[in-house]
Each structure stands twice: as structure tokens, then as C-alpha cells.
Design a protein around this ligand. Sequence first.
Ligand code: NDP
Length: 315
Amino acid sequence: MSTEKVKCLIIGSGPAGYTAAIYTGRANIAPVLYEGLQPGGQLTITTEVENFPGYPEGISGTQLMEDLRKQAERFGADIRNGIATSADLSKRPYRITIDDEKVIEAETVIISTGATAKYLGLEDEQKYAGMGVSACATCDGFFYRKKTVAVVGGGDTACEEAVYLAGLAKQVYLIVRKPFLRASKIMQARVMNHPNIKVLFEHNAVGLYGENGVEGVHLVKRQGECNEERYDLPIDGFFLAIGHKPNSDIFKDYLDTDEVGYIITEAGTPRTKVPGVFAAGDVADPHYRQAITAAGSGCKAAIEAERYLSANDLL
Ligand code: NDP
């Protein structure tokens, strides 16, 4: 296996990773960044980003990530395709294997691997994968023009996906397990006031049916404390929007994580318990999970990496 030495390795290409690359690039550290499974991260599968400061008219997620990438490249960041497949953080230089075929020996590592969409865990989700089941409305919504779809979840993502799909599909059902939405007030209002969206409170999806793709969902509606009603709802597409799982698996032997898998860092900093290894963005943030907070923590991680290299005479 080939080996390459770098001063700073950044893993992941969302707002945290690119911001870390901009800062370490400007500090002349010559960072190497591996993009991971989804170059540009989660924002590339969202539509309009309205809450990133500096864009009064909003900006598309893809454009924002392209701009961040270009900005990082301008300062010398070496941005590469590739997925970190295993890690040895037992001693410095830390050894990260890329695509099972190359080892990067890094003096500092910035983990900005983000989080991945969760599924309910129904067998039918796998059975109908790519045949009516999706965790990304902006990727797959196009296929459901003038059709009927369901979105599962009651948070901001679910509401955003429902509103997006309602612009394409003729009917959207939002399947919410609680009697209320968890989303922000503005998103709740958009969903509740949309003529094409019907919210099914206290409903759970328990299975899907269909011959050559999804034709409907088996639902259970809670009625009072102990009663429930089971019924089938014809739909053409089934979208999951029930949250995300942090992509921290390969680091778990070396770093502390919480019960969900979020990497635990020293309060208010991106420092993990391994000196010189930092975690930034959604992989370490169970609370805010915003593009701007991810970018902010990527900046902090870069500054920490520079200080660590300097303090250890590694610059
Ligand atoms: P959330 O964790 O906020 O919401 C997840 C939703 O899925 C909840 O309604 C939850 O129900 C439901 N859920 C979870 N598991 C299941 C299950 N097994 N069966 C049925 N329902 C389930 O995740 P989001 O992805 O919506 O948002 C993550 C963060 O990102 C939030 O902080 C959000 O505000 C933010 N965000 C902001 C946006 C913006 O500002 N433009 C856009 C998108 C996200 P329950 O409520 O019962 O737990």
C-alpha cells in the first residue's frame, strides 16, 4: 500500500471541511482534503439555502458548496476524490487509509465527515430502494411530478422536503408519529398552509406494498391511549426525513462518541481526546447542525491544527 505524509488531512467536504481547508490553506499548511461519499456534503442535495449569512436572496446548496471549494483551492488546498475507509489514531503520525488502497500519514486530522440520512429500518425500504423509496426529495422529486408521495418525519427536513415535493407532486402526505411537528414555526406554517400537503399526525408507516415499485404504504394510526387503526394509503413515492446518523464509525476505537455516534469534543472546541485530531461540523454536533455552525467549527479546527503543528515544531 502506498504511503504519503501530510501536515493536515481533512476528511469530508461539507461546509466544515471546506472552511477548514480555506483556513489551513491560507496558513500555508498545504492541507489535503478527501471529499468522501458525497462531494459537497448534504447541502448539495438541498434546494435553496436561505439562512447562510451573506446571501440576501438565498443561494442553491450546490452553488454554495462549489464556491467554498473554489475558495479552498485558491489557497492551495489539495482536494481529492476518495473515502476514508479505516483509521489508526493510536499514535502520531495518524494513519488514515483511503479507498482501502492508500495510507495518508497525517500530523493533524480534521474529521468533518458529516452525517447520513436515517431509515426507519423496515425491510420494505430495502426491497423498494430505487423503486419508490428515497431519502432525498431534491434528488428524486423530479420522478414524482403529478403523482402522490409520502414524507416521513416532523422536523425541519421533513417539512422542507414536503414543501419541495408539493411543488411537483399532486398530493403530499406528511407522516408524523407525534401529535405535533417539531419543525421551526415558519416551516410548520408553510406545511400547514399548503393546499397540496396533508399532515397525518400520530401515524406510523409499518410497511410498503406494490408489484413493480411502491404503490402504497401500510399505516398505523394511534387513537387514544390503546387503540389503533390500520389502513393502506396509495402512494407512488416514499421519502424518509427522520434525521441523520453521524459518520464516525471508523474513529470509534480511538475517540469518544455519544450513544448516537456524535464525536465528543472538549466543550466549545473541536478538540477530541486525541491531540492533533479535531472534529468539526455535523459529525460532532447533535445540537445545531447548520451549515453556518459547521463552517464555524471548521474554522476553529483549522486554527487548532495550525497551533498544534506550531507548538510541536511540525510546521
Ligand atoms: P430532527 O431530528 O429535527 O427531526 C426528525 C423527525 O423525524 C422528528 O419529527 C422525529 O419525530 C422523526 N422521527 C425520528 N425517528 C423516527 C421514526 N423512527 N419514525 C417516525 N418518525 C421519526 O431532524 P431534521 O433532519 O429534520 O433536522 C435536523 C436539524 O437540522 C434540526 O436542528 C433542524 O432544525 C435543522 N434543519 C434546519 C433547516 C433550515 O433551517 N433550513 C432545514 C433542515 C434541517 P419526533 O419529533 O417524534 O422525535
